[in-house]
Structures are given as C-alpha cells and as structure tokens.
Ligand binder design. Structure first.
Ligand SMILES: [Zn+2]
Length: 296
C-alpha cells in the first residue's frame, strides 16, 4: 500500500425490505436501542402500578390472616370445651370450678400467680399448667386467642389467658352471691346445647380475674367481653361441645367493651343495655347464660 493512502474496507451488503431506505433502517435501529433502558417516567409508572396492586391486595391478605386466627380461636375453645366435658365425665358429673384461685387456693380449671396484674405471661402459663383441665388439654396456646390485642396494649401488657368460664357454670359462689344459684353438676344445665361455657373476657384489670358474669335479675351486663375478631365477632364454646361465632350489634356495647382495653380507668363494671340493637345482644347472652335458679 502507498503511504498516505487508505483503503476502504470492503462494503457490507445489507438486504433491505422493499420500500425501506437505508436512512429509515438506521433511524429505526437507533430508536430500538434507546428503548432498551427504562426512562424515569416508565420506572415511576411501574412503581405506581405496584403500589396500587399492593393497596388492592393488602386488605385481602389481612382478611385471610384474620380468618386463620379466627379458625385457631375456635379450635382453642373447642379443645377447652371438650376438656371441660371430659372432666365432668371423670368426676361423677361435677363441673370443674370456673374460679381463678391463687396458688394454694381451692383447685379450679386454672391457677393464677400471685400479683396477677404484673406477673409475666410466662409465669401465667406456668400456673395454667397447674389447673384441673391441664391433663385434658396440655397445650398452653389453647388458652390464648391469637387475635387478643391486650399484650400490645400498655394497660394489659402482662395479659395472657383470653378465655373465661361463664359465672353460672360453677364460676361464682353457690350461695347466690351473684343473684343466681350456679350449675354445679352437668345435670343442672338446662339443655346444654343452648348454654355457653367459654368466652373471651376483657377484664379492665389487665388479666381475667374470676369468671365472666352478667346479672340476669337486674338485667345488666357486669363484666366486659372481648371482641377480637372481624365484623365485631367473638367466639363462644357451648356446653354440648359445639363452638360458634357471635356478631355484636349494639354500638354502645362495643364501645363499652373497648373502653376496658384502651381506657380502663374510665371503665365501669355494670352496664344497663341501651334500648337499641344492644337489647338483641343482651337477650342472646341472657338466654345462653347458665344457672340453676335466680336468687329468690
Ligand atoms: Zn378469638
């Protein structure tokens, strides 16, 4: 090759489709290359779409999670109710005591550690294992509803056991102290399928003290109960062994129960049901509240 002269490389031949010029072909190619990277706008659009999808999916996921917790709660109450039935089968038809005595007290379905308000959840679990129903359950998780909001609340941070026994099921003194003579034996229960034994209580003291009571004679609520499940529902265990969910209607009743959780100092035991949907709630619980007879 002579100095100062350059030789062009051999021309490349490209077969273009009919009617397409070389300039058009090259411009299109450049445009194609440009599209390979996301622009900021495209990225923002993708992020916005993901956010919208999350917003749609999250409530559905939350509902599925709550449904699982509600199933677990029903399973817990079922285990406890079956244990309660097995206990009377082994004890000449006598109902297990529904009280919550301290260590050394009269044996009952559970035992509470002394200083129950500030005793840790771990200590409470240990004492649950000393209760009369323990040989029939042997699962401390069965005493706690997974939707129980108390451990996350500063007023109830040491709470553990969710469920209580209804006062009329050998849970109050048999001298009529709560205006009723409680059922002491299974045969005292009038139609067991219609009387509840276990429910979720929400005692304002930060732990569920004693049994859950209402007053059929003065027609009043006494103890608040817990509404841990969606659509204002609670789980109930009935004396024949079946378990069901009850949906509460009275707005005032729901607020009264919530006050025991959020502002226990402002909460007062005893409530006369309001003359609205709450009457339906009250009649339902009154009809299912077990006792032998009212105090004369
Ligand atoms: Zn529950």
């Amino acid at each position: 090759m002579q100095p100062g002269r350059y030789q062009w490389a051999a021309p490349v031949s490209v077969d273009l489709p009919a009617g397409v010029s070389l300039a058009h072909f090259l411009l299109k190619g450049r445009a194609k290359m440009k599209r390979r990277a996301f622009t900021l706008i495209e990225l923002l659009v993708v992020i916005a779409i993901i956010a919208i999808l999350m917003a749609i999916l999250m409530p559905a996921l939350k509902a599925v999670k709550e449904q699982a917790r509600s199933i677990s709660c029903r399973s817990n109450i079922r285990q406890l109710t079956i244990a309660w039935i097995m206990y009377k089968d082994d004890n000449d038809n006598k109902l297990v005591s529904g009280h919550t005595p301290g260590p050394g007290g009269t044996p009952a379905w559970i035992v509470m550690p002394s200083g129950a308000q500030t005793a840790s959840a771990e200590e409470k679990k240990k004492y649950i294992m000393q209760g009369l129903l323990w040989p029939y359950v042997k699962n401390v998780g069965a005493y706690h509803c997974p939707s129980d909001k108390r451990p996350n609340n500063p007023h109830h941070q040491y709470a553990y056991r969710t469920y209580s026994i209804a006062g009329g099921m050998n849970g109050v003194n048999s001298n009529g102290g709560w205006e009723i003579m409680p059922c002491m034996r299974y045969s005292d229960i009038d139609n067991p399928a219609t009387k509840y034994v276990f429910l979720a209580e929400l005692d304002k003291r930060g732990y569920n003290n004693g049994s859950w009571v209402m007053n059929p004679k003065s027609r009043q609520w006494v103890d608040p109960f817990a509404i841990w499940h969606s659509r204002n529902t609670s789980t109930l265990g009935w004396a024949d062994g079946h378990v069901g969910m009850q949906r509460w209607l009275g707005k005032g009743l729901i607020e009264w129960n919530e006050l025991a959780l959020h502002n226990p100092l402002a909460f007062n035991f005893y409530r006369t049901p309001a003359q609205d949907e709450e009457l339906e709630d009250f009649e339902f619980m009154l009809k299912g509240y077990p006792y032998r007879s009212l105090l004369p």
